[in-house]
Design a protein around this ligand. Structure first.
Ligand code: SF4
Length: 70
């Protein structure tokens, strides 16, 4: 993950939809919660979800990979 100043500068390079989705994912606590229970059905579901979630994709573009509990 990049630092605040760097990500703030990089955020200007992206469109409004990418910024909104990335900002949503950045503040979303669902995957960090699910990642604390990696062997549960919810943990597995959310691990699959991250492979296609547009929020995760936008987050990765703007901030880098979203940090989880591990
Ligand atoms: S990948 Fe989706 S569910 Fe998971 S933290 Fe991001 S927006 Fe929330």
């Amino acid at each position: 993950m990049t630092d605040t100043n760097d990500s703030g500068q990089r955020k200007g390079e992206f469109g409004i939809i990418t910024k909104l989705l990335g900002g949503f994912c950045h503040n979303c606590g669902i995957c960090p919660y699910a990642d604390k229970r990696p062997n549960s059905a919810f943990g597995k579901l959310m691990r699959w979800h991250r492979t296609w979630c547009p929020g995760q994709a936008a987050h990765t573009k703007i901030y880098g990979e979203k940090p989880l509990s591990r």
